[in-house]
Design a protein around this ligand. Structure first.
Ligand code: NAP
Length: 534
C-alpha cells in the first residue's frame, strides 16, 4: 500500500462499543486527534451485534451505564430493572449523539493489521478499506466476546432451512410462527433465545451439550418509586459498587456456608433467589473456593430445577453435574426452566446422543433425525483473545501477538504487553473485565490509559510498555489467584476450554476489581512502575 493516503493521528481506537466510545471522548477531551475504526454500521459493540430475541443485560441497569458524567446519568431513564438489547443500543446511540462521537468513528471498516515502527515510535494501522493510518497510540477496544466460534458441524452447509447465529442475528428479527426451530448451545445467549422464542414457534428443539446453572433475574419494569430511589442514592451506590470485587453491589459477605446451619443456609439461599440475579451466586464467602460449600449451593440449585421442571428426566438433564456451581458463567434468566414444561419444547442431551451431522432437513444425532425449519447457533466465542489473535499485530522486532500469546495471553494488568509499546488493551486478558461489571472495568481502563498518555506528554516521553518482569509477575499472579478458586475445575470459556486447541489458561483476573484498581493506581503513582517509558 502506498504512503499517499496515509493519515497521521495521535491515536487509533479499534471498536466503538462502550470502551471505544468512552476512550474517544476522553482522548478528544485531552486534545488528541483520534479516529475509531468500527466494523459495524453503528455504535454499540456487543449491543450492536447481539440482537437475538431476549437479549438482555444481566446485571441491573443502574450498574450498566457510564458513571463518568453525572449529567448523563441524571438524564437517562432505564425502563426495566435489567435493560433489553434495544434499550441498551438506544442508550449507546444517545451517548454517541450527546458527545458528538460519530464524526471521529469510521464505520463498516475492519482493522486488519497494526505494526509498530520502532524508528518512528508509531503504529501503522491498516483496514480492509485500504486505509493506512499512522498513530502514536493504538488502543484495542475490541471487546472480550467479539469473535464468535465457528460452526463446526459436518454438513452445516447442506442445511436447506434458515440459519441464524445469536452473535449477528438479523436486525429486523425473525418470525418463527409455525416453524420448527433448533437452538444449539445453552450458554447465556442460548438461554435467552430459547426463553424468548419457545412461545412463538411451532416446535423448539434445544440441543444441549453442557447444562448451565441459571438463576432468576426477577426482571420487571421500573416503578417511579424505584427510579426515585435509584436517583437519590446514585452517587453513594456508585461509590460503594466501585469498592467491590465485582464493581457492582452483590451483597458480599464474610459468612461461611460451612459454618451456617442448614436452616440458615436455606433462608439465605431463598432470600437471594427471591431477589434474583448474581447475588444468588455468592451467598457465602466459601462457595467459590471450597468444594464442600459449593456442593451445598449446587444441591440447592438442583432442587430448584426439580421444583420447576415437571418431567424429572428433563430436570435431571438440565442439572449441571460436571463442574462446580458458578465456575461456568452463571446465567440469569426470565423463565428459562419453565420453558421445558411447554408441550412444544424438546431437550436433546448431546452427551447422550451427540450430533453426527447437519442434513438438508435438520439435525442428525446418534439417535435420530430432528427435522427443523431453522437453526439458531448459540455456540459462544473465542473469548478475550480471539479477536486480537486474529489481527496481524506486530510489535518490536516484528514480534507478532499470535507468537507472543501462543501458550496463552501474557499482559501486565491486562492493559499492556511487553514488546508492544503504546498498544493498550481495554479489559484485556489478565484484567478483571468479564468477572465484573464490564462498564465500570471499561471506565477504569479508559481513565488509566488516558492518564498514562497525559503523563507521557507531561514528562516528554514518547513510549510506554510493560516490562517483561512486571508482565511475568502479573501473569503468575493471575494464575495463582485463579487457582485459589474453583474456577479452573470447569471447561469454561474463562479457561479457554471452549475452543479446540486454545491453551488452557484462566483468562480474566479473579483477584477483584477493588484490589486490581489499587494495583493499577499504585503503578501509575510510582512513575508507572512495571512499565518502561522512553
Ligand atoms: P457460551 O456461554 O460459551 O455458550 C455456548 C454454548 O454452546 C454452550 O452451551 C456450549 O456447550 C455450546 N457449544 C459450543 N460448541 C458446541 C458444539 N460444538 N456442540 C455443541 N454445543 C456447543 O456462549 P454465550 O451463550 O454466547 O455466552 C458467552 C458469554 O457472553 C456469557 O458467558 C456472558 O458472559 C456473555 N453474555 C452475557 C449476556 C447477558 O449479559 N445477559 C447474554 C449473553 C452472553 P459447552 O458448555 O459444552 O461448551
Amino acid at each position: 500500500m502506498g504512503e499517499a493516503n496515509r493519515i497521521e493521528l495521535d491515536a487509533v481506537i479499534v471498536g466503538a462499543g462502550f470502551a471505544g466510545m468512552y476512550m474517544l471522548h476522553k482522548l478528544r477531551g485531552q486534545g488528541l486527534n483520534v479516529r475509531v475504526i468500527e466494523a459495524g454500521s453503528g455504535v454499540g459493540g456487543t449491543w450492536f451485534w447481539n440482537r437475538y430475541p431476549g437479549a438482555r443485560v444481566d446485571i441491573e441497569s443502574r450498574d450498566y451505564g457510564y458513571s463518568f458524567d453525572p449529567e448523563l446519568e441524571r438524564e437517562w431513564r432505564w425502563s426495566e430493572r435489567y435493560a433489553a438489547q434495544p434499550e441498551l443500543l438506544r442508550y449507546l446511540n444517545h451517548v454517541a449523539d450527546r458527545y458528538d462521537l460519530r464524526r471521529d468513528i469510521q464505520f463498516e471498516t475492519r482493522v486488519t493489521a497494526a505494526h509498530f515502527d520502532e524508528a518512528a515510535a508509531r503504529w501503522t494501522i491498516e483496514t480492509d478499506r485500504g486505509d493506512r493510518l499512522s498513530a502514536r497510540f493504538c488502543i484495542m477496544a475490541t471487546g472480550c466476546l467479539s469473535e464468535p466460534k465457528d460452526i463446526v458441524f459436518p454438513g452445516a452447509e447442506d442445511f436447506a432451512g434458515e440459519v441464524y447465529r445469536t452473535f449477528d442475528y438479523p436486525e429486523q428479527g425473525v418470525d418463527f410462527t409455525g416453524k420448527r426451530v433448533a437452538v444449539i448451545g445453552t450458554g447465556s445467549s442460548g438461554l435467552q433465545t430459547i426463553t424468548a422464542i419457545a412461545p412463538e414457534c411451532a416446535h423448539l428443539t434445544v440441543f444441549q451439550r453442557t447444562p448451565n446453572y441459571s438463576v432468576p433475574a426477577n426482571n420487571h419494569p421500573l416503578t417511579a418509586d424505584e427510579q426515585a430511589e435509584w436517583d437519590a442514592e446514585r452517587e453513594a451506590y456508585r461509590a460503594r459498587a466501585k469498592a467491590q470485587p465485582l464493581a457492582f453491589w452483590n451483597e458480599p459477605t464474610e459468612a461461611l456456608a460451612l459454618e451456617a446451619t442448614p436452616e440458615e443456609r436455606h433462608r439465605e439461599f431463598e432470600r437471594r433467589w427471591e431477589f434474583g440475579g448474581f447475588r444468588v451466586g455468592a451467598p457465602y464467602a466459601d462457595t467459590g473456593v471450597n468444594l464442600e460449600a459449593n456442593r451445598i449451593l449446587a444441591d440447592y440449585a438442583a432442587d430448584k430445577i426439580r421444583s420447576i421442571v415437571r418431567d424429572p428426566h428433563v430436570a435431571e438433564r438440565l442439572t449441571p453435574r460436571t463442574y462446580p456451581f458458578g465456575t461456568k458463567r452463571l446465567c440469569v434468566d426470565t423463565g428459562y426452566y419453565q420453558v421445558y414444561n411447554r408441550d412444544n419444547v424438546t431437550l436433546v442431551d448431546l452427551r447422550e446422543t451427540p450430533i453426527e451431522r447437519i442434513t438438508a432437513d435438520g439435525i442428525r444425532t446418534s439417535e435420530r433425525d430432528h427435522p427443523v425449519d431453522a437453526i439458531v447457533y448459540a455456540l459462544g466465542f473465542d473469548a478475550m483473545t480471539g479477536t486480537l489473535a486474529k489481527l496481524d499485530i506486530r510489535g518490536r522486532d516484528g514480534l507478532t501477538l499470535r507468537e507472543k500469546w501462543a501458550h496463552g495471553p501474557v499482559t501486565y494488568l491486562g492493559l499492556m504487553i511487553a514488546g508492544f509499546p503504546n498498544l493498550f488493551t481495554i479489559t484485556g486478558p489478565g484484567s478483571p473485565s468479564v468477572l465484573t461489571n464490564m462498564v465500570m472495568s471499561i471506565e477504569q481502563h479508559v481513565e488509566w490509559i488516558a492518564a498514562a498518555i497525559a503523563w507521557l506528554d507531561e514528562h516528554g516521553k514518547a513510549t510506554i510498555e510493560a516490562t517483561p518482569q512486571a508482565e511475568a509477575e502479573w501473569v503468575a499472579h493471575v494464575a495463582e489467584v485463579a487457582h485459589q478458586t474453583l474456577y479452573p475445575l470447569a471447561d469454561s470459556w474463562y479457561m479457554g476450554a471452549n475452543v479446540e486447541g486454545k491453551p488452557r489458561v484462566f483468562l480474566p483476573y479473579v483477584g477483584g476489581f477493588d484490589a486490581y484498581v489499587l494495583a493499577c493506581n499504585d503503578a501509575a503513582a510510582n512513575d508507572y512502575r512495571g512499565f518502561a517509558t522512553g
